[in-house]
Each structure stands twice: as structure tokens, then as C-alpha cells.
Design a protein around this ligand. Structure first.
Ligand SMILES: [Zn+2]
Length: 373
């Protein structure tokens, strides 16, 4: 069943944790608009090669015939109706759209599967939620802890001044200071450990050709970890399929399904198998607020409430180019689908959010299932 919201967290006294100046300062990682490129200096060890442009053809998936096996190229694809409409929405823009059913990981549409499965790039602020999950699991944060955000001059820096932020606010406002501080306190070892548990740095096993595992820096690598915590490469490179699987698990109560076209459903893991201390409802409230009044405002069609997160990430290797992201799900209260939109040379709020809204609208028109009563 989608949506296993748990009880309201016990009210606790808010505590303000002052920032402790530390050596090295993280660059601001603004979202929705990021004005500058990432400052991390890649070393050969830090940057993994991604699929060559020649491999990144614009090829709709074959949805009605025998699935392609790994290494096999899908021939003469016949997109399904939803996919064809979404492909039309994307138009000539370079990017990908993934729509996944949250109850079993079934892919309802994948526009440009090579960009969804065979290329890993910086996820930007859509990676903040996995970092917050890691922080919660390790006891670094709780829903009531407040962290002061001083904006662009803060340490870690943020794209705007937010003042005292709690967890929900940090999600809805996309506060890089809050998440950067959580990442700093977690440390690289614990952060990357949880990211792996959440499916990053490994293939999902989707039945699409040439899937790549993405990339996580090793804890000893010289990357700007506060930047990495908020999704800036080259320390973290992710695929849209990894993200749709993760956001699907946030939506459905914790089940992380393998995205699949034709394969039987397969559970890759539960988000919170051990501690049980993480109340997904708080994360979902933050994602709902983001879509209502925060950094993803505008993603909901007129008659559908959605939840989600934007991201604007530097494209590793390109100084002034960014990817625009939206990752989320709908309906917010009884999720049926998770979606990821990624656009090259774009910004999350400006470009990915309006496209996400159209994706939700199209899904409603084409195949929305009746909500269980
Ligand atoms: Zn902030």
C-alpha cells in the first residue's frame, strides 16, 4: 500500500545548534538557481568516465515487445501512449523523463532511456533527501533540531538566507547550509555508507541496456564533502533511475523497488530496515511543502497535489552548464507514481518544474488509477 504515514512525532524542545567554523568552506549550492560551478578540483580518481555522447542516443524504450537484455540494444522501439506524449512534451530538449509505479517499480514511461540508465551525472539538490535520511539514521539530526542558515556568506553557504531551519523547512526551502552541516557532521564514511544502502553507486538491475552504477567518492578522497552532501559532483554521480527508485520508496513507505519494464518486481531494500526511528511522514511533509510553497512550487496541476524536490547541478567537466532536476511523486497523500525529470543545460525551478507539472497532467489524463477507498 502506498503511503504508510506514521504517527506524529513527539513534540520536543527545539534546540539551536550554532555553526562551528571549520577549516575549508563549502561553496554555495543554490537551488533553484545556481550561479557558479562547483569548486571541487577533480582528480583522476574522483571522476569516473560516463557513457560517451555516442551512446546517449535519443531512443524511446520498447514497451510493447520483448525486453532488451543488458548489453543488448533495443531495436525499433514502439513507445506506449504515455511515453509518446511525454516524448512530445520534451521535444528537442536533451533530457529524460521517468515515470514509475510506486507499488512495484514498474516503469510506465522512460523517455530517452540512455540518459535515464546509461549516464550518471550530478544530482544536485534532489540528493539532499538521501543525505538527510543518512543524517537521521546516524542520529545527527531529528525533526526538531534547528540549524541557522546565514545564506551565501555562511559556512556551509546557502543560496539564500533562511535563518533557523528545521528538517521540513530545509527540504521545502532546499537549504544547502542545513544539509551541508548534516553532511559535515556525518562525515564522508557514514554518508557514503548510507547512500550505498539507498541504492546509489550501484546498478538498479533495470531491464534497459548499458546501465551504469553511478559513482560515489571514497571517504579518503579529496572532494568538497559539504558540496557532495548537497549533490554536487564529482563526488556523487547518480542516474535518474536510482533517484526514481529512491523517491518511490519515500512515497510508498520505504520499499525500494527495482525499476522494471518487463521483469518481475523485485525489492532492492527497505529504506529503514534497522533503526525504525525515521518517520517518513516528516520527509513527505517537507516534499509536499516544497511543491506548495517552496523550491518546487508550481509542480502541481490544478486538480492534483504532488510532492517533490528540485535540483540544479553543475555538469561535471563544464564550467557554466547545469542540469535541471525534479524528483517527486503524486498524489502527495496516496502516492501512485514517482517521477524524475532531468534536463541538460537547464535549471530545476525554471525548467524542470513546469515540465514535471505537464508530466503529472499527462499521467492523470492517460492512466491514472482510481485511488483505493
Ligand atoms: Zn539555507
Amino acid at each position: 500500500m502506498p503511503n504508510a504515514a506514521k504517527g506524529t512525532p513527539t513534540p520536543a524542545k527545539p534546540t539551536v545548534t550554532p555553526l562551528k567554523p571549520t577549516a575549508g568552506s563549502a561553496k554555495p549550492t543554490p537551488d533553484p538557481v545556481k550561479p557558479s560551478a562547483n569548486s571541487a578540483k577533480p582528480t583522476p580518481k574522483q571522476v569516473k568516465p560516463t557513457a560517451s555522447p555516442a551512446k546517449l542516443g535519443v531512443t524511446p524504450i520498447k514497451s510493447t515487445a520483448v525486453p532488451a537484455k543488458p548489453g543488448q540494444t533495443a531495436a525499433k522501439p514502439t513507445p506506449n501512449r504515455l511515453e509518446a506524449k511525454l516524448s512530445h512534451l520534451l521535444g528537442a530538449r536533451k533530457g529524460t523523463i521517468v515515470v514509475m509505479r510506486v507499488t512495484d517499480g514498474r516503469l510506465l514511461a522512460v523517455v530517452n532511456p540512455a540518459l535515464a540508465a546509461a549516464r550518471a551525472i550530478s544530482p544536485g539538490s534532489v540528493m539532499k533527501v538521501p543525505t538527510l535520511v543518512a543524517g537521521w539514521q546516524e542520529g545527527v539530526l531529528n525533526p526538531h533540531r534547528l540549524i541557522p542558515c546565514a545564506g551565501p556568506t555562511g559556512d556551509p553557504a546557502c543560496w539564500e538566507v533562511h535563518g533557523n531551519m528545521d528538517l521540513k523547512g530545509a527540504i521545502s526551502r532546499s537549504c544547502s547550509c542545513y544539509v551541508g552541516m548534516v553532511g559535515r557532521e556525518l562525515g564522508a564514511k557514514r554518508m557514503t555508507k548510507w547512500w550505498r544502502k539507498l541504492g546509489f553507486g550501484q546498478r538498479t538491475g533495470v531491464d534497459l541496456p548499458n546501465e551504469v552504477p553511478g559513482y560515489l567518492a571514497e571517504p579518503g578522497d579529496r572532494v568538497a564533502w559539504a558540496d557532495t552532501a548537497v549533490g554536487e559532483g564529482p563526488g556523487i554521480l547518480a542516474t535518474p533511475l536510482q533517484l526514481v527508485s529512491f523517491y518511490g520508496a519515500i512515497a510508498n513507505g520505504g520499499q525500494r523497488w527495482r525499476p522494471n519494464l518487463h521483469k518481475p518486481k523485485a525489492l532492492l531494500g527497505m529504506l529503514f530496515p534497522v533503526s525504525g526511528g525515521l518517520d517518513l511522514a516528516v520527509l513527505r511533509q517537507g516534499l509536499s511543502e516544497a511543491a506548495i510553497s517552496g523550491s518546487a512550487k508550481g509542480a502541481s496541476p490544478a486538480d492534483l497535489i504532488v510532492a517533490g524536490k528540485t535540483g540544479t547541478a553543475s555538469m561535471p567537466g563544464f564550467k557554466n552548464r547545469t542540469s535541471g532536476w525534479f524528483a517527486g511523486y503524486a498524489p502527495a497523500n496516496r502516492p501512485q507514481i514517482a517521477i524524475v525529470v532531468e534536463l541538460d543545460d537547464a535549471k530545476g525551478f525554471i525548467h524542470a518544474v513546469p515540465l514535471a507539472k505537464q508530466v503529472f497532467e499527462t499521467w492523470q489524463t492517460e492512466i491514472r488509477l482510481p485511488s483505493p477507498s
